[in-house]
Design a protein around this ligand. Structure first.
Ligand SMILES: [Zn+2]
Length: 311
């Protein structure tokens, strides 16, 4: 419902193609081969279709609509033709295909660009998926070059989708940390928003947290809400997910119903927690008393879905 367009036109290429060096080399040398990189932040280079070489010239974000589309229609992921250099399997990661373009990422380059959180909502959905994948894979290869089993060095395989430990004779794959994020509503159809003490003033979002070892997702939902605001929930329902490679999370979005309405925020973590009616949110944003998470986040999309009556 929320993510129907996100992955439609991004081809991740299957295992048989990734593992075929001749096929990968042919993509690298094709006219559509493009190479990008991931900078600190993480950030990615974006540009407009205009060939002026000017990157990340991005206009303002609309308050609730997410993105001013009139200003972002031409924003694209910026790369360079891959065939200008020679392919190095220990450095160049195959990301996937969008139409005629095959995207690679250069692990050895970290050119600064636009913060991923700002880039994702501006890019076409398929290129946003390319950027997310580039960041996730780059984070993994940069952070974990050694085998967790024996501590020895490992080599990139499958064009970047895996690593191989010679000592253990074992493939290594990137790990993902699951986290739940929950749109909690009460019997009066109000939405729970909480302010974390670490956040900027007036910033509120949904309750969220990492899944702990041995937990089901439903248990994680119940525990997080109980910990943060001491409310019990039922009718827990999965809604949508989103990769959040900062550095390696997968956000699992849920809706849940609060059994009670009395909120007792955890004093250490939560500065404030409140129930919001739909009609309160635009005014609160307008007068500066409420700032929502950025439009790239699943938090924002869940909140927007609730405002639109889609949850
Ligand atoms: Zn090993």
């Amino acid at each position: 419902m929320l993510d129907s367009d996100l992955r439609l036109r991004f081809d991740r290429f299957d295992h048989s193609r990734r593992s075929d060096p001749a096929w990968v080399a042919e993509r690298w040398n094709s006219p559509g081969g493009q190479i990008m990189s991931v900078g600190a932040g993480p950030s990615v280079n974006v540009g407009r279709d205009q060939p002026d070489g000017d990157h990340w010239l991005i206009g303002g974000l609309a308050v609730l609509g997410g993105v001013d589309r009139s200003d972002s229609d031409e924003v694209r992921l910026a790369g360079q033709p891959s065939r200008r250099s020679s392919y190095d399997a220990q450095r160049h990661l195959l990301l996937g295909g969008v139409g005629d373009v095959t995207w690679f990422c250069d692990l050895s380059v970290a050119r600064p660009g636009l913060d991923l959180r700002l880039a994702v909502p501006l890019l076409p959905a398929a290129e946003a998926a390319v950027a997310m994948t580039a960041v996730a894979l780059t984070n993994w290869h940069r952070a974990e070059p050694y085998c967790p089993g024996c501590g020895g060095p490992s080599q990139i395989r499958q064009a970047g989708a895996a690593r191989w430990c010679q000592g253990c004779q074992q493939d290594l794959f990137p790990r993902t940390d699951p986290a739940v994020i929950v749109a909690v509503t009460d019997d009066r159809d109000r939405l729970l928003l909480a302010h974390n003490r670490l956040w900027e003033q007036a910033r509120y979002s949904l309750v969220a947290g990492f899944v702990e070892a041995g937990e089901t997702l439903e248990e994680a939902v119940q525990r997080e809400i109980a910990e943060e605001v001491k409310v019990q929930v039922d009718r827990i329902r999965y809604v949508a997910s989103q990769p959040w490679p900062m550095p390696r999370s997968l956000m699992l979005g849920f809706a849940a119903h609060a059994i009670g309405t009395r909120l007792t925020p955890d004093e250490g973590e939560i500065g404030d927690a409140r129930w919001f009616r739909r009609d309160q949110i635009p005014g609160a944003i307008e007068d500066g008393s409420l700032r929502l998470p950025g439009p790239a986040s699943i938090a924002f999309r869940l909140i927007r879905a609730w405002i639109e009556g889609l949850l």
